[in-house]
Design a protein around this ligand. Sequence first.
Ligand code: ADE
Length: 225
Amino acid sequence: MKVSVLTIFPGFFSTPLETSIVARAIDGGALDVELVDPRDYTADAHRTVDDAPFGGGAGMVMKVEPLHRAIAERPGARVVVLTPSGTPLVQEHLDRWATEEHLLLVCGRYEGIDQRVADNLAHEEVSLGDFVLAGGEVAAAAIVEGVARLLPGVLGNPISAETESFRDGLLEEPQYTRPAEYEGWPVPDVLLSGDHAKIAAWRQRQREERTQQRRPDLWERRAKE
Ligand code: ADE
C-alpha cells in the first residue's frame, strides 16, 4: 500500500522510516511512503503555508490552498487529518486503513488547519489521544508503524487475531524472560512449571485483572458485548 504524508517537516520522518518494521515493510515492497511538503504547492515567493485566523486569536492557521492542491494531485486516497479535535485513534482505524490502496495523512502545525480541509477534502479527523502535540507528525509516524505491521508478509509471524491486545477487548498479560530471578525479583512460579493448561489459565486471569484495573472502559464494553 501507499501512504502519502503531507507535512512541512518531511525530515521528521527519516529515522522512523529507516527503522525496524517500517523499514522492512518499505524494503520488501509492502509499503511505499511518500513525503509531500505543502510548501511545494504554494504560489508565492515566500512559500506561505499559514496565515492569521479569521476572527482573531493567538497563533497561525494552515492555509487551505496548498493542502487542497497536494490532496487533489492524489485522487482516490483515503484522506485523514491529524488533529487533537479528532476521534481518538484505535486499532480498528489501523485495521481498516491497512486494507486501503492509498492512505493520505495530513499533518497540521501551528494552531491548526483551516477547517475547510477536513470538511471538504478529508474522510476523517483523528487524534492520537487526549493531549496536545506541536503538530500531527508524531501521530502520522504512529499510524505508519501501526499500519505497516498489519501488511501481509511484514511480520515474521502473522498476527494472530486471538492473541493480540485490543482485538478481543483485553490487555496483554505480562511477559518474562531469563534470568528466572534477578536482584531478588522472581518470575511468577507458574511460568516455570511446564504445566501448559495452568499457564494458559494464569495468563487469561492476568489479562482480565489488568484490564479491570487499568482500563475499566474496555472492561465495561466487554461485559456488554
Ligand atoms: N496534533 C497536535 N496534537 C495532536 C494529537 N493529539 N493527535 C493528532 N494530531 C495532533
